[in-house]
Design a binder for this molecule. Structure first.
Ligand SMILES: NC(=O)c1ccc[n+]([C@@H]2O[C@H](COP(=O)([O-])OP(=O)(O)OC[C@H]3O[C@@H](n4cnc5c(N)ncnc54)[C@H](OP(=O)(O)O)[C@@H]3O)[C@@H](O)[C@H]2O)c1
Length: 321
């Protein structure tokens, strides 16, 4: 089968579109013929080997040689111990823990799969898993956004931000989106009330406070984030620098205690089955999936370059022939 492969960390130049052996499912796995795979910043980070957490399991060389974590496709074969899916079933999955989506076929534990949502294209379904899980848990389950609250989403113009802005607006919040200048009009089009260009202004120094900061691109100190929270407010680290992550883990829990502020890591629980509430909102037309650009599997290196250079608004999806 064809796949996009890499064996060392680097730029998209280290990726090769080449022939590899088609995988065979273990007893608990299902072989999926991939129809569409979406790109995430986590693919970019794992390609570059930066931040440091992207090297967990592979400090010098990547552990997985085929990236790609959000897939939609059709079951081709099912392992002996599987019970829920049969050849021909249409499925989608979040396979961040296993990877391998930038390929024509991938083996996935049955537990990671969910049936394709009715009325959704493969591309839309592939766009949902990782970004949707981050947004759903960051804004609703853990973020617990309520009407009238002030919510700031740092990195609002990317995949997770696209869903997070819309979910926060649906919840009745006043939403500020932060990202690079090229993405601000897009963030407004999602419903954000205010936008900030991160290259021109530091939101932690604008004198405003927020009930929730969902940080998809954390690079500041925990002290700066604490300053930006209203009393009782919540800061959630999703991705960004390893230095900020360490601070959040080590001193975050202590730092805000006096004012009832909470600073912590959002450890996203994966799994397409958890996305049911977001799927329902998409099907009802209340949340839109915006696909900035569409590619073919062999163009994944080009797509990753576009994402890494800071142009992608919403999601990028590759279709697999
Ligand atoms: N915590 C967990 O359990 C978990 C699970 C899965 C994924 N993640 C992480 O989630 C993160 C976000 O994912 P995503 O797919 O939403 O990424 P994304 O689509 O790339 O969106 C991130 C956005 O942040 C922007 N940005 C970069 N630097 C910024 C800055 N200094 N200030 C404000 N915005 C900035 C990016 O713009 P530019 O284009 O200008 O860079 C981009 O628009 C990744 O780091 C990923 O590793 C975490």
């Amino acid at each position: 089968m064809k796949a996009v492969v890499y064996t060392r960390y680097g730029s998209p130049d280290v990726l090769r579109f080449t022939d590899v052996e088609k995988p065979a499912p273990k007893d608990n796995e299902v072989l999926v013929k991939v129809q569409a795979v979406s790109l995430n910043r986590s693919d970019w980070e794992a390609l570059r080997g930066k931040p440091l957490y992207a090297r967990i399991g592979g400090p010098l060389r990547p552990r997985h040689h085929i990236l790609g974590s959000d897939i939609a496709g059709r079951v081709e074969a099912a392992g002996r111990a599987t019970t829920r899916f049969q050849p021909g079933d249409e499925v989608f999955a979040d396979i961040l823990s296993y990877l391998g989506g930038f390929a024509q076929y991938v083996c996935v534990p049955e537990s990671a799969l969910a049936p394709m949502p009715a009325g959704m294209s493969y591309e839309e379904a592939a766009a949902l898993p990782q970004a949707g899980a981050i947004a759903l848990q960051g804004i609703r389950d853990t973020g617990q956004v309520e009407a009238g609250q002030r919510v700031l989403i740092n990195g609002a113009g990317g995949g997770s931000g696209m869903y997070a802005v819309q979910l926060a607006k649906l919840g009745g919040a006043e939403v500020t989106g932060v990202d690079n200048a090229e993405k601000l009009a897009f963030i407004r089009s999602l419903g954000a009330d205010h936008v900030i260009d991160y290259a021109r202004a530091d939101f932690t120094r604008n004198g405003r406070g927020y009930d929730l900061i969902l940080d998809l691109a954390a690079h500041r100190s925990v002290l700066a984030y604490r300053r930006s929270l209203l009393p009782g407010g919540r800061y959630l680290y999703v991705g960004g620098s390893a230095a900020t992550l360490l601070q959040v883990l080590l001193i975050g829990p202590l730092l805000g205690r006096a004012e009832g502020k909470k600073l912590r890591l959002l450890a996203v629980r994966l799994g397409a089955q958890r996305l049911a509430p977001l799927v329902a909102l998409c099907q009802a037309g209340k949340i839109a999936t915006v696909i900035d650009r569409r590619y073919r599997l062999g163009e994944v290196p080009e797509a990753l370059r576009y994402l890494g250079e800071g142009h992608a608004k919403g999601k990028l999806v590759a279709s697999v022939e």
